[in-house]
Design a protein around this ligand. Structure first.
Ligand code: EPU
Length: 428
């Protein structure tokens, strides 16, 4: 079967400016939230990535008109239709489809959403999403692999949304969206504090919701009767920004990253500084990233925000492969999110996985090889490794990358990388 792949000739030092797009993980729940709104919603800076297109398709089926304008703006208008079913075909492709659950129950009083299964980054249960909606008074059954939720009117309540690992990002989103149209006050304890959750709350408030405490573990939602449309700009994608920071550092380059919020990347920038990578605020906003000759090894543990993001773990591992000494990476959000380890080892890395931890023994150089992308962030890590490797790296299954990075190859090429998107048979 002919599929797109990337061919990278490693070596060129990246230089120049790159603009980061709007955050995929903010755009997806905000798009789902438009189910709650009466009237037109205009969303600016929605990234042109496959996951956004998939959710757009699902929303169309659920009765929301979705049009993309050339300037990156999405126009969404909810119709009065009663299709409340998100089928397995689409949920299987994109787990974030679960964020239509809360809005459908709150607005249409009924939702049938296929249970997302596991994925390449491990088991991904949705028990807390279900708990949140039950707390608000929804009746929930699991039938034939579907979650069926019904409620005449949701009622606000106090609820604890933590799990053994910490908080849940989309679970908090679902609870906030549903509580916005519930009767009375909802208090969410152990809410996720990620910037994407804050962006969703800010969007809902712009539509007439009453949410306070976003960005802290205690979020309070006063239910309102209805939400209206609005115009809103999605926050910059901190994970795309972090990925370009590593691209600059791993090629010993100097890249200015525009539309980048350093306050959303403090733990990541702290680790980069410890490695010897220089990250400075650019005079006109954004950041300039330049690298030291020698990369120091560091230890990294992924954690909920403001800790080190799991979505940058794979990219950081690619960089640490080239540090002078041993680093330890521990994954506390998705303990199995390590499919890139075997692929990086194919490129000459020395990585050893011990449970949720990987010991990274720094090597002098990586060597180009054919490798297989397995999930979105793992694919990005392989591209980064390829940029620094000696020789040619072919990365197969780049459709994983296209789910969350818009024109990644083009943006890298504009910075001087030797990367081509090609089509061909998958040979490994
Ligand atoms: N969890 C449960 N039960 C639940 C929900 C989550 O046990 O009901 C566990 C998960 O298994 C995991 C932890 O809670 O161990 C945190 O998962 P979370 O719910 O926060 O993840 P998510 O909301 O499903 C979002 C992002 C992910 C990102 C995580 C963590 C979107 C669309 N996805 O997922 O992004 O890794 O938060 O920050 O926002 C990516 O962009 O590559 C990506 C995977």
């Amino acid at each position: 079967m002919s599929l797109p792949y990337f061919e990278i000739n490693g070596g060129p030092r990246l230089r120049g400016k790159v603009r980061v797009g709007g955050a995929k993980n903010a755009a997806l729940p905000i798009m789902a939230a438009t189910i709650l709104c009466e009237g037109e919603v205009l969303l600016h800076d929605v990234p042109d990535v496959a996951d956004v297109a998939s959710l757009g398709e699902l929303l169309m089926k659920l009765g929301v008109n979705v049009d993309r304008r050339g300037d990156g703006t999405l126009r969404l208008v909810a119709r009065d239709e009663m299709n409340c079913r998100a089928e397995y075909d689409i949920v299987r492709k994109m787990r974030a489809s679960i964020c239509v659950l809360g809005p459908l129950v709150a607005k249409r009083h009924m939702a049938q959403v296929s249970m997302p299964g596991g994925c390449a980054i491990g088991d991904r249960p949705v028990d807390i999403h279900i708990r949140a909606l039950k707390n608000l008074g929804a009746e929930i059954e699991l039938i034939g692999g579907d979650i069926i939720a019904k409620a005449k009117r949701l009622r606000g309540r106090e609820m604890f949304l933590g799990g053994p690992f910490g908080s849940t990002v989309l679970g908090t989103g679902n609870a906030m969206m549903a509580a916005s149209l519930a009767e009375g006050t909802t208090v969410i304890e152990m809410a996720a504090c990620e910037p994407e959750v804050v962006d969703l709350a800010n969007f809902l408030n712009r539509c007439g919701a009453s949410i306070t405490g976003q960005g802290t573990p205690r979020v309070v939602v006063e239910g309102v009767k209805e939400l209206h449309g609005c115009e809103y700009t999605i926050i910059p994608d901190r994970i795309e920004a972090g990925t370009f920071m590593v691209a600059s550092a791993i090629t010993n380059g100097e890249v200015t990253i525009e539309n980048c919020r350093l306050d959303h990347l403090m733990a990541f920038v702290d680790r980069l500084a410890a490695i010897g990578v220089n990250v400075e605020k650019a005079p006109e906003g954004g950041a300039v990233v330049s690298s030291a000759r020698r990369l120091e090894p560091v230890d990294v543990t992924t954690q909920p925000f403001p800790g080190f993001p799991t979505d940058l773990q794979a990219q950081m591992m690619a960089l640490l492969c080239l540090a002078e000494g041993n680093s330890i990476i521990t994954e506390k959000i998705f303990p199995d999110r390590y499919l890139h380890v075997a692929e990086l080892n194919r490129m000459g890395a020395r990585l050893r996985k011990e449970g949720p931890t990987v010991i990274v023994e720094g090597v002098k150089r990586l060597v180009g090889a054919p490798v297989m992308a397995s999930d979105l962030r793992a694919s990005a890590a392989l591209v980064l490794a390829g940029l620094a490797a000696r020789g040619t790296t072919r990365i197969h299954r780049v459709y994983h990358l296209d789910r969350g990075y818009a024109r990644f190859d083009e943006k890298l090429r504009a910075l001087g990388a030797d990367i081509q998107r090609k089509e061909g048979d998958e040979v490994l």
